[in-house]
Design a protein around this ligand. Sequence first.
Ligand code: NAP
Length: 263
Amino acid sequence: MNNSLYSGRTALVTGASSGLGSDFARQLARQGANLIITARRAAALEALAREIIAETPGINVDVIVLDLGQSDSVERLAAEIATRGLVVDILINNAGYGSYGPFDQIPWEKENTMLQLDIVTLVRTTKVFAEGMKKRGWGRILQVASIAAFQATPLYASYGAGKAFVLNYGIAVNRELRGTGVTCTVLSPGVTATEFLKVADQRPTSFQRSTMMTSPAVAKIGLAALAKGRKSVVPGFGNTVAAVMTRFIGRGVAAAVAEAAMR
Ligand SMILES: NC(=O)c1ccc[n+]([C@@H]2O[C@H](COP(=O)([O-])OP(=O)(O)OC[C@H]3O[C@@H](n4cnc5c(N)ncnc54)[C@H](OP(=O)(O)O)[C@@H]3O)[C@@H](O)[C@H]2O)c1
């Protein structure tokens, strides 16, 4: 374990109770990182902690059960981490969800909490934990955006716009961090087999079924880019082509294509 990439480092993974978050946690443990895993579902987090400790002996796994959709949640998270005597060297800003549907029919409570979680909490965790990383001269931050970030996405209007924020914010932060020893990488997955579509309240379209990637594969690509300190990565050939194409077609055409893929 001593020669492992992140030996002796501690990674905070938000949204680790399912999907990409649980795969980030499993793979980071195999790379030697101790873990702080957080989400709302205590039983799922405890089960993941037991699994990781059994699979990778010597790795410490701290579980913090928290609703990150609340405005004071990051302060509470940081206080709990400090109380436990832990420092965060690697931040995986993964917790998030989408709200599918016509923009004026999505329930406001679901959309409001989504915007808080996907945008405000992500910015707050970045600021709070980057501060210590900069002082110590080393850190890695992964922001999970989406392929929806690259163009207007009808039927995921606010989710896609929120992920566009994450993409631009992450790339800007990466640039500001030059020379500090800390890097910020944006991972923009296409449709991935997790609980995402169920939570978003969308039945997968034929486009989504045909392009779906597995969660461990997407997490692996994200962590490889994170290790190199790359500013941005899109997993999968088809997703990469789709993201690049948006630079060459008009915004209206790109939105129409995205709508066709989502309907
Ligand atoms: N799957 C895809 O197709 C896809 C594509 C592009 C981007 N993404 C992004 O990937 C990230 C991970 O999603 P996923 O696909 O792995 O979906 P997922 O399986 O639904 O996982 C989402 C995670 O976020 C956590 N979460 C949700 N609300 C929370 C809250 N209020 N407080 C704390 N944690 C909360 C969930 O935990 P609890 O429910 O236990 O709180 C869960 O661990 C998200 O940012 C998503 O937008 C996914």
